[in-house]
Design a protein around this ligand. Structure first.
Ligand SMILES: [Zn+2]
Length: 334
């Protein structure tokens, strides 16, 4: 394993973690927005703590028996707790039930043997819990017992996108470790390396979360989105019926979201002269919003918020899109 094994924007985080190696806490909380690689970093850190020959930067060697077990997913001193829905990755449960989105109390109790034993390899032990907010109240309370009476050498790494949802008693027993969103330059470079065609746009579209950006790229380049964005650029020429028909197979919530990002940028251009989601289109958008009253742009955003709720349960997508597009045209031309 090399430096390349962590994301380029995590170098500073990694260096900070090396400081902790000297005196590891019992619990550490990796927090930050979704899609910036918190779980991957937690796993890399866990592996490096168990590795028998980490290199001088603290990275796991990838060759020792410990790294070998880790790679096989069978390291006796390591556990990853996550909801069924994540570990099954779209497969069905044995009973055919929907996979759970929660980390159950049974999963946490299942750690009891692991926690009470001493390390197989004589080194440390690591439990990664992801995402920590997926623990229900019982699970969280069961975990708390372990955090209150920490076994020697055992590190709990909690990974959370929503730390405000965790029990204060859990928060107080974990060292907070904030992972900031990556800087645009290194994230864009990385996205380009992953084969993302419009890295700037994809990054902006994802809210500056590169891992999400990779996932979102498909939508971003989708024909429907292109069609929509071409049409809304010319409200006066917008053929509401034709566009609604062209979109009717597209998920309604998604279309509203595209329009929300579009309208966000219209307002942002009007008020601050800058864009968030549609980089590189400053001139066109500036010209478009020039004659539009700020109040109308605010009304448009409000309208879209309501539409997003309605989008969950419309029965007639075509009709829904027609009314949405009429509203857009009206507010842009009034
Ligand atoms: Zn190793």
């Amino acid at each position: 394993m090399s430096m390349g094994a962590i994301y380029p924007w995590q170098q500073n985080n990694w260096a900070r973690l090396q400081e902790l190696r000297k005196r590891p806490p019992n619990g550490i909380l990796f927090k930050g927005i979704k899609g910036i690689g918190k779980l991957d970093l937690a796993i890399k850190f866990g592996q490096s703590l168990l590795c028998q020959h980490p290199d001088e930067s603290g990275f796991a060697c990838g060759k020792c028996p410990s790294c070998h077990w880790f790679g096989q997913g069978s390291h006796p001193d390591y556990r990853l707790l996550q909801p069924e829905v994540l570990s099954l990755e779209g497969e069905e449960t044995e009973t055919g039930k929907k996979p759970s989105k929660q980390i159950s109390v049974d999963q946490v109790r299942g750690l009891a043997d692991f926690v009470s034993m001493s390390a197989h390899q004589g080194g440390g032990r690591v439990v990664v819990i992801h995402p920590a907010e997926a623990m229900n109240a019982n699970a969280a309370n069961a975990l708390l017992k372990n955090l209150e009476e920490p076994p020697q050498g055992l590190l709990f790494i909690l990974v959370s996108h929503k730390p405000q949802q965790l029990l204060p008693t859990i928060l107080s027993r974990c060292l907070p470790f904030a992972l900031s969103a990556p800087d645009a330059a290194s994230a864009t470079r990385w996205l380009a390396q992953q084969g993302v065609k419009n890295p700037d746009a994809a990054l902006a579209f994802s809210g500056f979360a590169p891992l999400q950006a990779v996932q979102l790229e498909k939508q971003l380049g989708s024909e429907e989105r292109e069609k929509l964005l071409r049409a809304v650029r010319q409200p006066a020429a917008l053929d509401v019926f034709a566009l609604a028909e062209a979109l009717q197979k597209t998920e309604q919530v998604l279309v509203v979201q595209w329009l929300q990002q579009w309208s966000y940028d219209l307002s942002s251009m009007k008020q601050a002269g800058k864009l968030r989601y549609h980089p590189g289109e400053e001139a066109a958008i500036k010209k478009l919003v020039e004659p539009v009253a700020p109040l109308n742009l605010a009304r448009l955003q409000k309208h879209l918020q309501t539409a997003k709720r309605e989008a969950q349960h419309t029965l007639n997508p075509k009709l829904f899109f027609e009314s949405l597009l009429f509203a857009y045209r009206q507010m842009m031309l009034e």
